[in-house]
Design a binder for this molecule. Structure first.
Ligand SMILES: [Zn+2]
Length: 660
């Protein structure tokens, strides 16, 4: 592992806290040291309080902050004295400890101090760094792990046997550290948990972390146990599924997982050679069922992955694990897995959101690496189930459950939007993301790929008139999120105005191809996915006022939208039994869309003999209708308010005299 320290960058940091932020970020940038909120750091300092007294302070990482992106405001300023006093108490519950940690703050607006704050307080050095380094965990989670680390690091470290993080660990360290520490001590190793290093400067503490972790990596490398997970080419199984069968297969699995969890979940499927090689190891049944690398991973990944597809078996085993290690009055978490290892699909990462699923993927990829390494040292030895359970169900986590705010309406659900790069489609993407859905956005314009940069957005360049293009897009979407719950059919073209007597066959065919034929393909190809939606599928068709009230010069457009409307009505009839609702919105005069160039607008206004301005608000309510108005209605149509509505046609047009 290479040090990322730069004298130049460090030179720009004014003061200890700035340096603390700098090296915390260096640690956070290294996934082999910490992942997603793991690890924590601190610096000791002093300041003069309101009464002119000098107080010693501990700035320690606040909970909810990630080392990779932490800022000065992410460090909680605690008075050091009360923390040291707490470390001498014989007992304290973790929720009491959390309350006492908050009381020690000098700034009540600061984040809650890390639960490992007391550990940082008792270590005398000014700077303290703590990580859950892969190489250290690989060593301590292998046979004779504690002997290996003692041989390698000798008296440079103090060794602490595993106990539950929180007050018990702080108390044990407060006793063992002074007893073991000597002249050479530069850190403290918590077996099967992680490593602390410290120093008088930010650089010293950081460089010690890098040096010790590098020693561990070297130790593993010399034993051939620090190679990437084997990327042996996976043998293609006989009867490899077609892409279509694969989509349905994944959606079926997601439906079952969501049912087990009691709410829709996102599944991301990673079928690369590495994950498939791991999932098909002959010893996978033993290896994968030992437990996580470090206990706090349990909060993301559950204790063990599901091997294969027996969800009922997994859920029954989880209930038994809950009963055997804790049981009531604790509140049982949902019994669905968060990681599935499947010989055909590879690694499947599961979360309530796409972001959570991405975190699960990262953690499990590192876990596979550590398991593979430890196995080469003789075996993977995770903590006993009770220790993992205690972290999964500890007070502070249960308290979070009790407080749990209700998540956005479409959390765990997936929507496809066509024509998503601009206008109504773009607005639909925003409305669906705002309600917690993951969105697969299709558009022929490549700008769709960069519309949003977030884990729950997948923008794909796709010509919806291409059957192959649609199939490929659906496959990519289903691999990313696990299925399709909502389909918003928005892509459409508005050809140049032409009377029927002069309407070219080409313009007619082009219009039908995009506005009608493409939607048949999308409906047909999405049906198996919508049918497997945990809450029932929903289709929203963006129709047009031209269906009930066509305008002169718009024959192709009006006819295509009218035919689309008939298609939607038949789909509503046919798919009701599959719990799929199909509804149509008829917008009119939405001018902030790609269809309405100034020329088209002027031509339409002229055909009614009014000005452009009058044309824009030419409705009963005299209001302008925006893309956002249409998008919000489309999103609501997918929600619970319209749960008992299908086959409906709803105008969003400010009221049209000819329709009313
Ligand atoms: Zn830790």
């Amino acid at each position: 592992m290479k040090s990322r320290w730069s004298d130049e960058e460090a030179g720009r940091c004014a003061g200890d806290l700035a340096l603390r932020v700098y090296t915390s970020r260096l640690l956070g940038a290294e996934p082999a040291l910490v992942l997603h909120g793991g690890g924590n750091t601190s610096v000791k300092s002093s300041s003069v309080n309101l009464f002119g007294e000098e107080e010693r302070l501990l700035y320690v990482k606040g909970s909810g902050w990630d080392l990779e992106t932490i800022e000065p405001a992410g460090f909680a300023p605690c008075r050091l004295q009360p923390l040291l006093a707490l470390s001498r108490l014989p007992a304290l519950s973790d929720s009491q400890m959390a309350a006492e940690l908050r009381k020690s703050l000098t700034d009540l607006n600061a984040p809650s101090p890390s639960v490992e704050a007391i550990l940082h307080a008792i270590l005398p050095a000014r700077f303290v760094d703590h990580t859950h380094a892969d190489a250290i965990l690989t060593m301590t989670n292998s046979p004779r792990g504690d002997e290996r680390v003692r041989e390698l690091f000798g008296d440079r470290l103090v060794y602490i046997p595993y106990v539950m993080p929180g007050f018990k660990l702080a108390r044990l360290c407060a006793q063992l550290y002074p007893a073991q520490a000597g002249r050479n001590t530069v850190g403290m190793l918590l077996l099967k948990h992680g490593l602390f290093t410290f120093g008088e400067t930010a650089q010293e503490s950081y460089e010690r972390m890098i040096e010790l972790v590098s020693l561990a990596e070297g130790y593993l490398a010399r034993r051939g146990a620090w190679a990437p997970v084997s990327l042996e080419p996976h043998e293609r199984a006989a009867g490899e599924p077609t892409a279509e069968a694969l989509r349905t297969d994944i959606a079926t699995l997601r439906q079952a997982v969501s049912e087990t969890a009691g709410s829709p979940l996102i599944l991301s499927v990673h079928s690369d050679a590495g994950t498939r090689a791991f999932a098909t190891r002959p010893d996978i049944a033993t290896l994968s069922q030992q437990g996580p690398a470090t206990p706090d991973h349990v909060l993301r990944t559950k204790r063990v992955p599901l091997l294969g597809r027996d969800l009922a078996g997994y859920a029954a085993a989880y209930r038994e694990y809950f009963r055997a290690h804790g049981g009531p009055p604790l509140t049982m978490l949902d019994p669905a897995p968060r990681v599935i290892l499947d010989p055909k699909l590879g690694l499947i990462a599961i979360g309530r959101t796409a972001k959570e699923a991405a975190i699960v993927e990262d953690i499990y990829r590192h876990t596979m690496q550590m398991i593979a390494g430890a196995t080469l040292l003789g075996g993977w030895e995770a903590l006993p189930a009770q220790d993992i359970f205690d972290v999964e169900y500890w007070d502070l986590e249960q308290a979070k459950l009790r407080q749990g705010a209700s998540p956005p309406a479409f959390t765990g659900e997936i929507a496809v939007v066509t024509g998503a790069a601009s206008g109504i489609g773009k607005a639909c993407v925003a409305s669906l993301l705002a309600r917690g859905a993951a969105v697969i956005a299709l558009d022929r314009s490549a700008s769709v790929t960069s519309l949003h940069r977030r884990k729950d957005y997948l923008g794909l360049t796709c010509d919806v008139t291409s059957e192959t293009g649609i199939r490929q897009a659906l496959e990519q979407g289903v691999r990313a999120f696990g299925g399709v719950d909502m389909l918003v059919l928005n892509a459409g073209i508005f050809p140049p105005s032409a009377p029927v007597s002069a309407l070219s066959s080409e313009s007619w065919r082009d219009t039908m191809s995009v506005n009608l034929d493409a939607n048949l393909i999308l409906l047909r190809e999405s049906h198996p996915l919508l049918e497997r939606s945990p809450r029932g599928g929903r289709v929203v068709i963006i129709g047009s006022k031209n269906v009930p009230a066509p305008g002169p010069g718009a024959a192709a457009y009006s006819a295509s939208k009218a035919a689309l409307q008939q298609l939607a009505r038949v789909a509503a009839l046919e798919w009701g039994a599959d719990r799929i609702r199909v509804n149509t919105i008829h917008p009119n005069a939405v001018f902030d869309t790609g269809l309405w160039t100034p020329e088209v607008l002027a031509a339409r206004a002229a055909s009614y003999g009014i000005s452009v301005e009058e044309y824009k608000t030419n409705n009963v309510l005299k209001v302008e209708v925006t893309s956002r108005d249409v998008a919000e209605l489309a999103a609501e149509l997918c929600g619970p308010i319209f749960a008992k509505t299908t086959g409906a046609q709803i105008p969003v047009d400010g009221g049209t005299v000819r329709v009313i």
